[in-house]
Design a protein around this ligand. Structure first.
Ligand code: HEM
Length: 310
């Protein structure tokens, strides 16, 4: 294998991470635009057709989500093949393989949403659970895709074993729970939109929904900000000792602060679609930075970011 071949895989894998993020944001647009039932309760066909003829806007949106996510699968297979050819059996190919596995799982969960009619105006607990899983699984996707990209330019031993391992595991788990509760809150915002004219102070606004008479999706709105603040505090404490030496740790802390700020703006403005998308993009970027922080705190000490000598 030649050095240029190796170094070419990494930028292409980063492009793939960017594409994944675009598909994820478009998926959120499917929910925000109430287009989840745009192909009816059919999968893999769309209203019984392979290619929808004379599609409505919601059909175009849902069908686009299906096509772009199917392309993720194609790119995922190519990434595994390329990693295998360049790196053989090892961490890079494993990370690429896991990316592909979670793409397939993501598609299966998406199909479950459609076939179970957990779309449109459906406000059941089942929809909340499945949409949280659909979003939770995206974290596995972006984590392994980013690890593929990052490690393919650093063909050294793969360390995902930070010191203070239990504390980091708790931080990662709390982040996943934060993202999944965020998906439930976002579903509540879509099905039970809050008029900005409702007014009220930020905290009062969040707590207002908790009253017993409300739908469970409105009552659960307060859960996400509470878990998110807990996660933000824990991550900042956890990463504090690493800040001076590790640029990914600095990026994570900055992105955590940005995500909390955008979350507050989201509540203040009554969760308009574009702020939801910015909030989701910030959350995914934070997650990727956190994963790369963990990967750079391996058992062999710090990966300083310098390229290895060939
Ligand atoms: C790489 C594959 C995929 C990714 C990354 C992805 C990502 C997403 C994301 C992030 C959301 C928004 C979640 C939220 O708002 O909290 C979403 C929504 C949705 N996805 Fe996917 N998705 C994928 C594949 C699929 C497939 C194959 C289908 C269907 C066959 C599908 C059907 C849906 C539907 C129906 C919604 C909207 C659900 C609703 O109305 O609440 N997805 N997707």
């Amino acid at each position: 294998m030649t050095a240029p071949q190796r170094s070419f895989l990494s930028p292409v894998a980063w492009l793939f991470v960017g594409y994944l993020l675009a598909v994820i944001l478009f998926g959120a647009w499917v929910r925000i635009s109430h287009s989840g039932d745009g192909c009816g309760a059919n999968w893999p066909s769309c209203h019984g057709e392979l290619l929808p003829s004379d599609p409505a806007t919601s059909t175009r949106i849902e069908f686009t989500h299906r096509v772009t996510s199917a392309l993720c699968g194609v790119f995922g297979v190519l990434l595994v093949g390329w990693s295998w050819r360049l790196h053989g059996r090892g961490p890079v190919t494993t990370a690429a393989g896991l990316t592909l596995l979670f793409i397939v799982l993501e598609g299966a969960i998406g199909a479950g949403l459609v076939l179970g009619e957990l779309t449109g105006d459906n406000d059941s607990a089942a929809r909340a659970v499945v949409i949280a899983l659909h979003l939770g699984n995206t974290l596995a996707l972006t984590a392994f895709a980013a690890l593929t990209a990052w490690r393919s330019s650093r063909p050294m031993s793969f360390g995902f074993l930070p010191r203070r391992r239990a504390a980091f595991a708790a931080g990662l788990a709390l982040f996943v729970v934060t993202a999944m509760t965020g998906a439930v809150t976002a579903l509540g915002d879509t099905l039970f939109p809050q008029a900005v004219s409702d007014g009220g102070r930020l905290v009062a606004r969040v707590l207002d929904g908790v009253s017993a008479g409300n739908h469970f999706l409105v009552r659960l709105r307060a859960l996400h900000p509470a878990v998110a603040i807990l996660a933000a505090v824990l991550l900042c404490l956890l990463l504090r000792p690493e800040l001076r030496r590790n640029r990914w740790a600095r990026a994570t802390v900055g992105l955590v602060a940005g995500s909390v700020a955008i979350g507050a703006v989201n509540v203040a403005l009554g969760a308009p679609g574009w702020v939801q998308l910015v909030h989701l993009a910030a959350a995914q970027a934070t997650w990727i930075a956190l994963i790369l922080t963990c990967a750079s705190l391996g058992p062999l000490g710090y990966d300083t970011g310098a390229r290895p000598r060939r």
